[in-house]
Every structure is written in C-alpha cells, then in structure tokens.
Design a protein around this ligand. Structure first.
Ligand code: SIN
Length: 303
C-alpha cells in the first residue's frame, strides 16, 4: 500500500498530500492521517485526483456532513445539491453568476449563522496561466497581535453581511434580493477557539460591515488594520492550480481569495463541497448598529 506523504508548501500554511487515491474509500488510519495533516497545515493540496461529483462528495463526507448550499441555491450542480459550481462556463446560455466568486478575502458562508467547517475545491478546467487562489493563516494573525489588542478583540463581535460579497451587484438583481433575504446580517465572535485544536484565531474578512455596538466610523479603521495584518504576505500561501488538484481547507482558521489573474475568456471550472459547520452566529436585529449622530444627540441631551 502506498504511503501518504505531506510536503509543506508554505511557511504559514499549505501542504501537498500524495500517496493516496481519493476516489477509493478511506480507512480510519488514512482518515486520521489526513485530519492530523489538515490541523497542522490548514490547507491540503491533493494533486492528480480525477474525481466524479459522486466521488468528491463521498471523499468530503469522511470529514463531516455536507452543506446542501441552501444559502446559495442558484449556484448548485443541478444533479448534486452538495456541489457548488464555481465556474465561468455559460449556464443555460447565460454567463455564470459564480464567475467572480471569492474575489475578496473571506471564509465560506460566514454570512450565515453556520459558516462552513471546511471546503474542498476540485479544479476541473483552468486557463493556461493564472486563476490562482490564496489562503491566509488566521491563527498566526491572532497570535502576532499585541496582548492589549487581543484582549480587546476577545470580547468583540463582527457583523458579516452577504451584500459585501464582491461582485454581487453584477448578478441577477432578483436572485440577489432573494439571497439577501435568505442571508440577513449575522454577528460572529471576532476571536474563536478552534473546536478541534483549541487554538485561538481571528475570524474576520472583507465581508464585514463593522463591530457590534460600535459605529461604522469606529469600526472601519480597526477592521482595515486587522484584515491587512491577517493577509500580510508572511501569513499567506498562493496556490497555482493544476487540473485535478483537490484543495481542502479549514474554514475556521483561514481566509481565502480567488484571484482574477487570468484571461476571462478562458474556462475556469471548479466544483466545491463544504463541510457543515457549527452554529456560531446570531441574526442581528435591524438598526442595531449605533449611529454617530445618535450618540452626539445623547451627549447633547445630558450636557
Ligand atoms: C471560493 O471562494 O470558495 C472559491 C475559490 C476559488 O475559486 O478559487
């Protein structure tokens, strides 16, 4: 039997895993080895995996129940609700609505109360050059902040908002209105302890409106600093895809971004499964965010 090998790809995260055929059932030992490598490297690249939709689903299920993509129903593979099509291939004679998926730093489905635990993305077709994806290590982002800032962030929640998905305004307005209705803004803790490793990480990204209880003016510079810090080059791995790469990432301690660094007339076709996460967020009441004007009014009324 071949030996599973994990070769580190990046300083901060990422490893290439070889010696395994993902179309075959996994035994407990191999599953454990993959999980250990996943917890250590956060992003695993399995090259040369020529998987059907059913095989991708079956492999993904080794690591938990799968998302049925109910928050994004229009972009599913019609034959497999567990598969989200991230593609610029035409669908029904129209440009695909997922052709610009993931163009800002994010973790998957954080605009729901149940962000994905992880995702598995299989490259089916790609342009000769580019179409890369980058991931950032959010453990390191947290651990390299000063103690007073970590203390402050430990008590904070952020407002994750579907309408901040980059490029959403270029999609069908009716579908987008329905997606916003299905996905109202939700609050998540800014710092989370990983349920399996126990290690704390930031939980941020560029789909955040601000922090709960703070005005947008207060939130914006802190958020900008934290996102810039979290995605600085020393925390990032950039993957240059090959067809048949399957990449499996931990969504609880990483961010990722899909780069538009390719000729958009060339096909980039990927299939994604996501592992159902824990419920960690709560839907926010409308108008919950304080406004600077209202706070000024409070001062005026007491002075
Ligand atoms: C995603 O954001 O999940 C898709 C990433 C990619 O297409 O590279």
């Amino acid at each position: 039997m071949s030996q599973l090998t994990a070769r580190q790809l990046g300083f901060a995260l990422g490893a290439e895993v070889t010696g395994i055929d993902l179309s075959k059932p996994l035994n407990d030992l191999k599953r454990r080895e993959i999980l250990d490598a996943w917890h250590k490297h956060l992003v695993l690249v399995f090259p040369g995996q020529d998987l059907s939709a059913e095989e991708q689903i079956a492999f993904s299920r080794n690591f938990g129940a799968l998302e049925d993509n109910e928050s994004l129903p229009y972009y599913r593979d019609p034959a497999h609700k567990e598969i989200l099509l991230v593609t610029n291939k035409q669908i029904g004679g129209k440009p695909s609505e997922t052709r610009n998926t993931g163009r800002n730093w994010h973790a998957d489905l954080t605009y729901t109360t149940r962000p994905a635990k992880g995702s598995l993305l299989l490259c089916k077709e790609k342009p000769a050059v580019g179409g890369d994806t980058m991931w950032a290590n959010l453990y390191l982002a947290y651990e390299t902040l000063s103690a007073p800032l970590r203390d402050f962030l430990d008590r904070l929640e952020a407002i994750h908002d579907f309408s901040l998905v980059k490029g959403v305004e270029q999609r069908d307005p009716e579908k987008v209105a329905e997606l916003k209705r299905r996905n109202p803004p939700v609050a998540h803790a800014v710092v989370k302890a990983h349920p399996e490793t126990g290690r704390k990480s930031l939980f941020l990204g560029q789909r955040i409106r601000g922090f709960v209880g703070m005005t947008e003016e207060e939130s914006a510079p802190i958020l900008a600093f934290l996102n810039q810090h979290a995605t600085s080059p020393e925390f990032v791995y950039r993957h240059r895809w090959s067809v048949k790469d399957l990449v499996m990432w931990d969504n609880r301690c990483t961010l990722h971004v899909a780069l538009p660094d390719f000729d958009q007339t060339k096909t980039r076709h990927m299939t994604r499964t996501s592992l159902l996460g824990e419920v960690t967020g709560r839907v926010l009441e409308e108008g919950a965010a304080p406004q600077k004007e209202a706070l000024l009014q409070t001062i005026a009324s007491v002075s």
